[in-house]
Design a protein around this ligand. Structure first.
Ligand code: FES
Length: 112
């Protein structure tokens, strides 16, 4: 017998004002227990896992450049849009989340 599964739905939550990312370009967000790092790269906003996949230290404070973030601890590099690992010592990708923006706010999507 074939069972139909419900398609997963993504629900968006407003998590920050754009102005909160003006100073450092980064903001730690706890969204329903998900630890997320919001990042601004020019006019683009990304939501990535807060912790690095190397040794689970915070990516907050890492250098953002050319669509990537470099971990402040041992220098692993990840693509902000996809979480793809680009440089060791990390070898696992990090999670990313969907982002929507309007004129003033940033929303992050969670699969319900
Ligand atoms: S904790 Fe990020 S590179 Fe080691």
């Amino acid at each position: 017998m074939c069972r139909m599964t419900e398609p997963s739905t993504e629900k968006f939550y407003v998590v920050a004002a754009k102005s909160e990312l003006e100073a450092t370009g980064q903001l730690h967000v706890d969204l329903n227990g998900e630890q997320i790092l919001l990042c601004r790269d020019g006019d683009e906003y990304h939501a990535i896992a807060y912790l690095c996949s190397h040794e689970d230290f915070a990516l907050e404070g890492g250098t953002i450049h050319d669509g990537c973030i470099t971990c402040p601890y041992h220098g692993a590099e990840f693509r902000l849009a996809t979480g793809e690992v680009l440089a060791p010592p990390a070898y696992e990708n990090i999670r990313t989340y969907s982002v929507r923006t309007d004129e003033d706010t940033i929303s992050v999507g969670l699969v319900e």
